[in-house]
Design a protein around this ligand. Structure first.
Ligand code: NAG
Ligand code: NAG
Ligand code: NAG
Ligand code: NAG
Ligand code: NAG
Ligand code: CA
Ligand code: CA
Ligand code: CA
Length: 560
């Protein structure tokens, strides 16, 4: 970012000022608005085919330690007789090695039916690690396709879903399966798929989304982690929590209306999402992703909703599936403006499959957003687009586009299908971003580079130049010329930047004269109209200035 203010304050009616069209170009290291570093990446890899990178989160148990959690819902584990039960990996940063977190080492539990022992649950292909979320030292991960046999005589298998909780730096674990009950059925909670979505309230209470309950109306369940851990018993398979809250059944007209998806994407402290009614193209998968962030810095949270299958229709042409993201700015409590729309640029790119708030990536006072388009780009490598907030919403042009590095093999790499931002892994006060690419079995940490804002000024001394005031003797000649001083001043600011920076600068005199035309102002020491130099600015000495003596070329002065 470079803001440049000129200091030519000479008054208009004086002839000399138009002569003094100076310009300075300044470069500073890392002088970029799009500030995620695309070279110094941390790439974590999981077992092939494990879908490592399907879910990701930062794990920050205390302010001094940050690591990365990566879900691999098709990973094999140490669980006996379970195939591809799924796992969550703990990946220290900046190391690139990950290890499975032992949330559950057990086989399927069994009961005696008519004298024979039968499994009462089915962990094979349960997709554990499809979701993972951390809140301080608490971590929750879920297996939405965990099946439960029920205790009924007729053996049924229902995808009730289950979650596991870890606390105190993974020293205690407990299972939490809120939809598992003795009477599982589609009309009840049998198809709940608890843990399909997952979040924490700011106070650390857990929110579990179950999109399949009540014939796909979906439901939201909240519970306290302390309660989940208290009284936990591996044997007490149908334990009920005292203070758990579950949303109930709505009238049948709400069945199967895809609202379940939106409801299940609950967001911390943001239950008013439910009160905003969105009816758009039915097949656009509207509400596939929801994110919350105050992008225009007015103190009110704004809502972003992704519709990755949105079809753009232009007159007479075939509809193109490009995907859209809708930004609803909150005007006052619960009142939202009409959506600002961001549209994907690539057909079948699935723009809007993932949306994450980044915090203020470039430290300009406005929160920024990342949007995934996992099928976009060359060879469907996937893209992540960074949008910067400003006073009226989001800039519609991305400030940066991250490109996936893995071409699709048997399946697309899915780079950008999963995103998580707004945490600082390297403690440079700039928030960083994790991008998951489950098709390639990768999770990538992008770190934000510091942003330097440079302010430069040109000051003329004297401010008004009289061409007839010839006081300087040109070296090596007998010529007296009119001369004056150009002062270039620069200072810089930015969070967590080094104590000094070097600005590579170019000063052009009489710059509005066309290329090739004779310049009327030259540097006294160089007899040139331009000069390259470096300005070294130290943090303590904020404003740094450098003076150059320049003169008016004699022959040209007769030009009018
Ligand atoms: C898990 O193990 C099974 C059987 O051992 C194997 O067929 C499968 O490919 C493995 N899956 C992964 C993701 O490693
Ligand atoms: C148990 O056996 C009884 C009688 O043989 C039969 O009716 C019932 O269906 C069996 N239950 C299960 C769960 O197999
Ligand atoms: C958490 O456990 C890891 C090893 O599993 C250890 O390296 C780390 O120091 C522990 N952190 C705390 C805060 O106890
Ligand atoms: C734990 O067990 C006690 C005694 O059975 C019960 O009163 C309490 O409600 C249980 N706590 C939770 C969180 O369910
Ligand atoms: C003449 O030029 C010199 C050198 O730039 C400057 O110091 C002086 O103030 C000028 N005098 C007038 C009358 O403009
Ligand atoms: Ca706002
Ligand atoms: Ca910003
Ligand atoms: Ca950082």
């Amino acid at each position: 970012m470079l803001s440049l203010s000129r200091g030519c304050r000479a008054r208009r009616r004086h002839r000399p000022c138009p002569l003094l069209l100076l310009s300075a170009l300044l470069w500073a290291p890392a002088l970029v608005a799009f500030n995620l570093d695309e070279e110094k990446l941390t790439v974590y890899s999981g077992p092939p085919g494990s879908y490592f990178g399907y879910s990701v989160d930062f794990y920050i148990p205390d302010p001094s330690t940050v690591s990365v959690l990566v879900g691999a819902p098709k990973a094999n584990t140490t669980q006996p007789d379970i195939v591809e039960g799924g796992a969550v990996y703990y990946c220290a940063w900046p190391a690139t090695r990950c290890r499975q977190i032992p949330f559950d080492n057990t086989n399927n539990r069994k009961i005696k039916v008519n004298g024979t022992r039968e499994p009462i649950e089915f962990k094979t292909n349960q997709w554990f690690g499809a979701t993972v979320k951390a809140h301080k030292e608490k971590v929750v991960a879920c297996a939405p396709l965990y099946h439960w046999r029920t205790l009924k005589d007729s053996p049924e298998k229902d995808p009730v879903g289950t979650c596991y909780v870890a606390i105190q730096n993974f020293s205690a674990y407990a299972e939490y399966s809120p939809c598992r009950n003795s009477n599982a059925d589609p009309e009840g909670q049998g198809f709940c798929q608890a843990g399909f979505s997952l979040d924490f309230y700011k106070n650390g209470d857990l929110i579990v989304g179950g999109p399949g309950s009540f014939y796909w109306q979906g439901q939201v369940i909240t519970a306290s982690i302390v309660d989940i851990i208290a009284n936990y018993s591996f044997k007490d398979i149908l334990r009920k929590l005292a203070r758990e809250k579950q949303t109930g059944v709505a009238p049948p007209s709400y069945d199967d209306n895809y609202m379940g998806k939106l409801i299940s994407m609950s967001v911390s402290n943001m239950f008013y999402v439910l009160s905003v009614v969105f009816y758009f193209q039915m097949a656009s998968y509207f509400g596939y992703t929801v994110a919350v962030s105050d992008v225009n810095n007015d103190g009110l949270d704004d809502i972003l909703v992704g519709a990755p299958l949105f079809m753009e229709r232009e007159f007479e042409s075939k509809p193109k599936e490009v995907g859209q993201v809708y930004l609803y700015l909150q005007e006052s409590a619960f009142l939202f403006q009409d959506a600002q729309i961001l549209t994907g640029t690539e057909v079948f790119g699935r723009f809007g499959s993932a949306i994450t708030h980044l915090g203020d990536l470039n430290q300009d006072g406005y929160n920024d957003i990342a949007i995934g388009a996992p099928f976009a780009g060359e060879d469907r490598r996937g893209k992540v687009l960074i949008y910067n907030g400003y006073s009226n919403g989001l800039n519609t042009n991305p400030s940066q586009v991250l490109n996936g590095a893995w071409a699709s093999q048997s399946m697309p790499s899915g780079f950008g299908f999963t995103l998580r931002g707004d945490s600082d892994v390297d403690k440079n006060d700039y928030p960083d971003l994790i991008v998951g690419a489950f098709g390639a079995g990768k999770a990538v940490v992008y770190r934000a580079r510091p942003v330097v804002t440079v302010t430069a000024q040109l000051i003329l001394n004297p401010m008004i130049v009289n061409p007839d005031n010839k006081t300087c003797l040109l070296p090596g000649s007998q010529l007296l010329v009119a001369c004056f001083t150009v002062r270039v001043c620069a200072d810089f600011e930015g969070q967590s930047i080094s104590d000094g920076i070097v600005l590579k600068s170019e000063l052009q005199l009489d710059s509005l004269k066309q290329k090739g035309a004779v310049k009327r102002i030259l540097f006294f020491d160089y007899h040139q109209s331009h000069h390259y130099f470096s300005i070294v600015i130290e943090r303590q000495k904020q404003l740094h200035c450098q003076d150059f003596l320049v003169y008016l070329r004699v022959t040209i002065l007769a030009y009018n």
